[in-house]
Structures are given as structure tokens and as C-alpha cells.
Ligand binder design. Sequence first.
Ligand SMILES: [Zn+2]
Length: 450
Amino acid sequence: MFLQHLLSRARHCIRLTPRLTPASYWRSSTQHFSLCDRGHSTGGGGQVTKDKHQIRSCLQSSTVKISGAIKLPASSIVQVEWRDGETDVYPYVWLRDHCQCPNCFHPTTKSRILSLEDFQLSISPTSIQVVEDGRRVEIGWSDGHLGSYPASWLHQRAFNTHQLNLRAETIRMKQKLWGCELSEDLPRVSFPELLENDWALLAFLQQLEVMGLVLISQTPAQTKQCHLLSQRVAYCSRTYYGETFKVHNKTDPNNLAYTQYSLGLHTDLPCLSYKPGVQLLHCISQIEGDGGDNLFVDSFQAAAIFRSLHPDRFNLLVKTPVVFSDTGVEDGQKFHIANQTSVICLDEAGNIATVNMNNICRDFINLAPADVFGWYEALYVFSNILNHPQNVISYKLKPGDIIVLDNMRVLHGRKGFNSTSGERLLEGCYWDWDMVRSRRRVLQANLVTP
Ligand SMILES: [Zn+2]
């Protein structure tokens, strides 16, 4: 009986998926995403996960109703029972802190008014009442306040595994690492679709977050197209090279990118403490013949390989502070940019957060002279893994292409070229990940949530 119940829930999930999925906008066959299809069922076959928490919460939070709510005093927890018989639990202190009444939570600014100074840790409910046909619960508190909690709001914020995972995925989508095989299946989208269609835009932003690399085609081969696309996504993040920049063979260049030399695999501008999150490179003209191809590597995949094969060397690149610096003149203004970080940065959970490989602006290493050789050895080994053919994608941008990459993760490089075989002109700009993810969340809320 219980198994039938789970399967019926899972079928509910699978029915929802096609309506929610923006995957039809992709020519590639890479996986698609929606708020309900990750981790619940596989495409086509409908293989069902046995995780009760994952199956149960496929119910839309906006339509749930509460059948009852009781105190569990021994654990200072309120247990809410939903109409379908499932339950969730909420600690007293958390509920009091998150009261949704207009005296505690401002309804239009969506901000907490209640201050911690007025907060009692020993708070407990004196009454609990389900009202409005199960759409809201009212809790009388021992401080005399009457708290109010919409059912849909509570359901979205439940402490169960599925809701925790959904919220984590809303904050930051899980990345899918890749090697050279991605060149057969590079995520692609057309520029006109991105400008006109919100589903296409959402799919593009999701792919950018998950894969870290998307190719946009059919862009007019003229300047200011990055600006046009930015108006749909996020403002261009200005750096000391300007709001947008043109990459071509300049006379008297202030950056090696503005020459015909090859560029090794790198992330842009680790000399900035706020390194750009996303880079766009729009190809306006390309040289004929050999050279000028772009190279791309998923540095997180390479770093994971490096970590498993050479853990001590990996740790050396994590722990050693390196100064990245850049000096020059742009628009008549001298600049001297410098930032101290490490080649591989981890987050608080020990996951790789970013890779700072940049031969152009790598400067000083803060090490005792006797330790320098070992650090170079580690960098050399990591560089070999990054440049291994199994990890590198080569793609020569055509006029009308925009390559968009996650600059925290995907390294890019360029083969040298002969500037006498035509003009190679790219226009680039950067976006902040905060703004890109904001746009993705807003689109998800508008398009996916009923
Ligand atoms: Zn309140």
C-alpha cells in the first residue's frame, strides 16, 4: 500500500516535468532542468527514486493545505500535518523568528521587522489553530504575540531533505563537470531566441551555471551585441579595461590578449579580488587559415583529477598565497591592480570554489626560497593535467558566435595567429554571477512556478 502511494506521487512528478522543462530550446542533447525533475525520475523510462522525502515533496507548495498542527513539547517543535498525511516539523524559535504577520515581517519589502533584542529564546506556543481551510496556521506565543504562517510558505521552508535540496539548487545549481567529450555536445542557443524567448533565456542561464560553457550563434557580426544581450540578463560589470573591451591585434597593447601571440589556458583577471564571474566573447571577424582557435578546459574537472592523483601538490596550490598583478594605462589612466589569492581556492566545505591560473599576470609567491621548487613542481603537474587532450576543447569562433563561460571555473586560451591573414576582432564583457543567478531565479519563479 505504501509503495503504491509512493509510485502515485512519483507519477505526479513525471507528469509535471514536460510542461516545466525548457529543454526544447537546446539543439544539444545535454540534460535539461526544472524545479521538479532533478533527482526524481529519469527521462522517458520514469525510473523512480525510493527516497521518500524526494518523492513526497513534488507536491506544489502553492496548493498544499494543512490538516493539523500540534506541539511536540519535549523537543520544542511544532509538527504540521499536510492534507496528504505527510508531516514536517518546525522548531519553536525558528517559527517565532519567522512570523509572517505584518508586525513581524514587512509585506512589500519582504523584510523582517522583528529584532533579536525583542526575541525570547525560551518562547513556546500557547495555542495552535489551523485556519482558512488549511491554508494558514495561527500560533499564539508565550510572549503574547499571535503569529501567522501561510501553508505554502511553511511547505517551501520545510526542513526535509527534498526541500533542503530544492533550496540549495535555487541558490546555486549543481555543476556537471566535463572533459574533451563536451566538444561533441557543446551547449548551444541562438541569439535571436535569447532576445525574444524567456524559456530559451532560462535554459541558457541554467546551462551556463551547470556546464560553465555555452555557445550562442546567429549574433549579428557587429559591435554592441554583448550590450544588447546584457540588457536581458545582467548589467555589464565594468573593469579597468572598460564596460566592454575589444580583443584584436593592437599597436602598443597594454595586455598580451591584444596581440597575435598564443595565450595559455587562464581565468581572466585574478588580479582583481572581485574576479569577473562570467565572460562573454563575441566574434565579429576571424582570420582565415590556421590559428586563432579558442581552447576551453573545465578546471574543476582537472583539479579533481589533480587532487586524487597528487593530494599533497593539490594542497600546496590551495595553501600558497600568490600575488597576481597588472599594471598599465587604459584611457589615459595608469593602473596598478594587485590581489593575493591561491591557484586553487576551496569553499568552506572543501569543494573547489575557483581556479586562478593566469600566466600573464601571475606575480610573486609568498614562500621561503627552499619551498619554491616544490610549488613550481605542483603548478607544472596541474598545468599538464589542464592541458591534457582529454580535458581540452578547441573551437574556432566564427563571426556571429558568442562564447559565454564561467570565469570561476572554465579556463580559456587561444592559439597564436598570423595577423597578415585577416583581422581577428572579438568584443567581450563580463557579468557578475550574483546578477546572472538572480535573473535565473526570477525566470524560474515566473515560468516554472504556477
Ligand atoms: Zn508576528
